[in-house]
Design a protein around this ligand. Structure first.
Ligand SMILES: Cc1cc2nc3c(=O)[nH]c(=O)nc-3n(C[C@H](O)[C@H](O)[C@H](O)COP(=O)(O)OP(=O)(O)OC[C@H]3O[C@@H](n4cnc5c(N)ncnc54)[C@H](O)[C@@H]3O)c2cc1C
Ligand SMILES: NC(=O)C1=CN([C@@H]2O[C@H](COP(=O)(O)OP(=O)(O)OC[C@H]3O[C@@H](n4cnc5c(N)ncnc54)[C@H](OP(=O)(O)O)[C@@H]3O)[C@@H](O)[C@H]2O)C=CC1
Ligand SMILES: CC(C)=CCC[C@@H](C)[C@H]1CC[C@@]2(C)C3=C(CC[C@]12C)[C@@]1(C)CC[C@H](O)C(C)(C)[C@@H]1CC3
Length: 499
């Protein structure tokens, strides 16, 4: 027991040695390799012609699965350690793996204001491609490694979501390979039901092979205003006012550093900065959340930030979770000398974490996002303060439409919700392990909230069905004969059902 404790302590406390001396250089070299590979690929091949061959390859694999007698369900062959989540999808070892590794941008259609991409294209790739040519996605989730396939089959949210909704709401059409090996295009005008059923479906309706996304004109900078607040009431009032402001804000989000102290941030796109630009993405700059915290000393302030730096502001510090791994990572000496190699790749961190580190995270930390109606956000934050006391806390408002599907507003109208992000160490003396986690689930139910599923769910199958609207999903699964081909969503996102 004592030995285990000591080992836990050493592995956790000194993880940085392995991360700094091994994972950081590997991550940096891997990034160079990816840039070169994409560039060579871009110069040597016509992505849209090659796309057709890639789709045929997926179809061929599905048809081979049919010939095997459809005994075990299918899933993508993307290894679990590559996924941007804490989960370990062990089903990948048991299921029939289909290679859907398609990572090309297929082109922009400026007239229709859309971009066509393959599903393994990541958000970093899209922002680097679009911004220099004057366009951007209306919603750019902040971690560069998130893929379009994962964001569509899962879910995505960002500080522009109060205006545009969730990532699924900027999708124009999907191309999918179905369980019978056929290819189908769906959108708001053709195969509508399938179009609405795919978001949140976790790859349990078919294999996504292309996604058409809405694009909007971009500008060079974000004018970002930081407004410190000194009580939860003030935070909620300011938040509500900024979301509903008539003149509009392109971006609204907030970070609470304790129950009574937070910073609400509002931003707009501009071409001409009115003061010196703050390129917060440069390797020697402070971690973004530390920069935000500094405004308690100075009071309300404005920054002009290059657009791409703003979008990926939490990439370098993985929100605030990197501090647990490299505790001195924000020290100026580290930033100046090693900052250019950060962050370590999430995939490499996952691949190399030990069982003891995994257990320690589960025992002492929570990584979870909940989607709570704006009207009950204050109560939910108070609950989190009592039960977990995890700070900083991310607050990201979003518009939830009543379009059909797994998650929609609970009235006939669009409603405002807030994504509350808990990422870190539990500091509350009231925390009582699973008892608290169960109370949390019950509170979510009372508040008519949803859970984001990248962190998995501990809800029972019944609770899960109560939280998420399965009406359309069940119907589409039947009509597309998915029973043998794919597991149900629950069997992918709940640990016990998954194994
Ligand atoms: C947010 C949360 C909610 C929970 N709710 C319930 C509940 O309602 N009812 C109940 O009976 N038990 C609940 N638990 C506890 C849980 O049931 C068991 O501890 C778990 O099933 C043990 O499985 P595992 O170690 O194989 O972890 P896995 O689920 O396989 O996860 C693998 C590893 O990933 C990490 N990890 C996974 N998810 C998280 C996360 N959200 N936050 C931090 N680290 C994570 C851990 O390192 C974990 O060891 C909850 C745990 C967490 C963190
Ligand atoms: N700001 C934000 O919104 C953030 C969101 N996230 C979450 O991260 C996740 C995305 O991470 P990422 O690593 O990109 O994705 P993952 O590899 O985690 O994939 C997520 C799910 O999507 C399915 N999927 C992915 N591609 C396809 C495809 N082409 N066809 C069919 N199914 C597919 C996977 O199926 P299979 O199981 O078969 O592989 C899996 O179930 C999302 O769930 C998102 O919610 C995380 C951080 C921030
Ligand atoms: C909806 C939004 C904005 C979600 C943000 C989620 C991030 C905070 C999550 C996504 C991936 C994530 C779960 C991860 C981790 C921290 C929190 C992250 C970055 C870490 C790095 C924590 C340390 C762990 O040992 C391990 C390496 C497995 C994970 C990897 C994924």
């Amino acid at each position: 027991m004592n030995l285990e404790r000591t080992l836990e302590y050493v592995l956790h406390r000194y993880r940085w040695i392995f991360v700094c001396f091994f994972l950081l250089p590997c991550s940096f070299l891997y990034d160079i390799y990816v840039v070169l590979r994409n560039w060579i690929h871009f110069c040597s091949k016509d992505a849209s012609i090659e796309h057709q061959y890639k789709v045929k390859h997926v179809q061929k694999q599905v048809k081979e699965w049919i010939k095997t007698g459809q005994k075990i369900p299918m899933c993508t062959a993307r290894p679990g350690w590559k996924s941007t989540s804490v989960q370990d999808p062990q089903y990948k070892n048991k299921f029939y793996n289909i290679e859907v590794d398609m990572s090309d941008i297929l082109g922009i259609n400026e007239k229709n204001k859309t971009i066509l991409v393959e599903p393994s294209v990541n958000i970093g790739q899209i922002s680097a491609y679009l911004i220099p040519v004057g366009w951007t996605l209306p919603i750019v989730p902040e971690l560069e490694s998130l893929t379009v396939g994962g964001l569509v089959n899962g879910q995505g949210v960002e500080s522009s979501s109060h205006k545009y909704g969730l990532f699924q709401h900027i999708c124009v059409s999907f191309e999918v390979v179905l369980a019978d090996g056929s290819v189908l295009k769906c959108s708001k005008v053709e195969n509508t039901d399938i179009f609405y059923a795919i978001p949140w479906s976790y790859g349990t309706l078919g294999f996504l092979t292309a996604v058409e996304l809405q694009i909007i004109p971009s500008k060079k900078f974000v004018e970002l205003t930081y407004q410190p607040v000194y009580s939860l009431d003030e935070a909620m009032d300011s938040f509500e006012k900024e979301i509903k402001r008539r003149t509009g804000n392109e971006f609204v989000d907030g970070i609470m550093f304790s129950k009574d102290r937070g910073v609400i941030m509002t931003g707009n796109l501009v071409d001409t900065p009115k003061k010196t630009v703050n390129a917060i993405g440069n390797w020697y700059k402070q971690w973004f959340y530390k920069h935000v915290e500094s405004f308690f000393e100075t009071g309300k302030a404005i920054d002009y930030i290059p657009l791409r730096d703003y979008y990926h502001r939490h990439t370098r510090s993985l929100f605030w979770t990197i501090e647990e791994i490299i505790p001195f990572g924000n020290h100026w000496v580290f930033r100046w000398f090693f900052g250019w190699m950060t962050p370590p790749k999430i995939a490499f961190l996952k691949l190399t974490q030990t069982e003891i580190i995994k257990k320690l995270y589960l025992k002492t930390q929570v990584i979870h996002d909940t989607l709570v109606p704006l009207s009950t956000t204050k109560d939910m934050i108070s609950f989190y303060d009592e039960a977990y006391k995890i700070y900083p806390l991310w607050l990201c408002p979003f518009k939830l439409t009543n379009e059909p599907g797994f998650v929609h507003s609970k009235s006939d109208e669009d409603e405002f919700y807030v994504d509350i992000g808990l990422y870190g160490r539990i500091n509350s003396n009231n925390f009582e392990g699973n008892k608290t986690h169960i109370e949390h689930l019950q509170t979510l139910k009372k508040k008519k909230a949803y859970e984001m599923l990248y962190a998995g769910t501990y809800a029972t199958r019944e609770e899960f069905r109560e939280m998420f609207d399965h009406t359309l999903y069940d119907r589409i699964r039947k009509s597309l004969s998915c029973e043998k081909a794919f597991p149900e969503i629950y069997n992918k996102v709940n640990k016990e059902a998954r194994n």
